[in-house]
Design a protein around this ligand. Structure first.
Ligand SMILES: [Ca+2]
Length: 313
């Protein structure tokens, strides 16, 4: 099996950081062509910096990190410092990265990479608002059909919303971008809150990260300890949900996940339900399926694999 070529589009974010570390720890399955930062959890100057911090923690300074869009297509940016802290990576002590930002705009990197690879060989892994991906699709429509698959974290059906009662954060921040991606016609795998709320960093799982006794293990333990306080207070859950790592875990171990191939549409009009992922889980419409919407995960298998991989960095 050759490693799958991916671009990680991200707004780190503690859970983004873990998703990136998992990918970088898994070169047999995943080749990270580049990381593209987008505004989301925190503004772009922080997300692009955080992406570089994560590469350096992993000892992978050779992975290019590009800065992308600093605001959604049509709306002012909404951020989530109340969840992720002021830096986006609150928890561990952070030092400024020494690796430079790559030259050029993230959107152009996405376009050039897809144009320079054979069709069906590059997978996009969005972990934040879909602004960079949608902008690339609008600027260079020829690249859309070259995308192998889009595996993204976003949306919710049974869990409904986390930033509003109806919408999940990534989709809510840029619903117009999400609509472009969901209507792209490319194969899409969605990791909604329905599944990400099942991968919780409980105390024993966090202790297992720390027990690796490596820079990466301690970093992940400190991030998830900070990140959990919000969800524990809000949901009374047992620990931090690892939303974005579901994306990279799926690339390595798809057998851990189950879902349904269904129609998913994005609400872009209603003030009340803006950014809702209207997922036809029960098949009550005849709208064509456009996404595999994941609903369940083997959480113990997920954490065993994640901890094993993090130990390799
Ligand atoms: Ca994210």
């Amino acid at each position: 099996m050759t490693a799958r070529k991916i671009i990680i589009d991200t707004d780190p974010g503690q859970d983004d950081a873990v998703a990136i570390l998992l990918a970088l720890a898994s070169p047999k399955e995943i080749e990270v062509l580049g990381i593209t930062a987008v505004a989301g959890n925190v503004p772009l100057p922080l997300t692009q910096k955080n992406a570089r911090i994560v590469c350096e923690i992993a000892g992978k300074q050779d992975v290019p990190v590009f800065a992308g869009c600093d605001a959604p297509l049509k709306r002012p940016l909404v951020t989530a410092e109340h969840v992720h802290g002021k830096t986006g990576l609150d928890g561990p002590e952070l030092t400024d990265p020494t690796m430079p930002l790559a030259d050029g705009h993230a959107v152009d990197f996405i376009i050039d990479t897809l144009r320079n690879h054979p069709a069906g060989t590059v997978t996009l892994c969005p972990l934040g608002p879909l602004t960079n991906i949608a902008t690339a699709f609008q600027k260079a429509p020829d690249i859309v059909e070259k995308v192998q698959e889009i595996v993204l974290m976003g949306g919710a059906y049974f869990e409904v919303g986390n930033i509003t009662p109806a919408a999940e954060f990534n989709i809510y921040v840029d619903p117009e971008a999400a609509e472009i991606v969901f209507k792209s016609g490319r194969p899409i795998v969605v990791m909604p809150l329905d599944v990400t709320h099942k991968v919780l960093v409980t105390k024993p799982r966090c202790d297992a990260f720390r027990a690796l006794d490596t820079k990466v293990g301690v970093f992940v333990a400190e991030m998830t300890e900070f990140f959990e306080r919000f969800d524990v207070a809000k949901y009374g859950s047992a620990g931090a949900p690892l939303h974005d790592p579901c994306v990279t875990a799926y690339l390595i171990r798809p057998d851990l996940f189950t879902g349904r191939h269904i129609n998913v549409e994005i609400e872009t009009q209603s003030e009340l339900t803006l950014g809702m992922t209207v997922a036809d889980w029960w098949g009550v419409t005849d709208r064509p399926a456009n996404a595999t919407f994941i609903g369940d995960v083997d959480a113990d298998g997920f954490f065993d694999m994640l901890t094993e991989r993090l130990a390799l960095l």
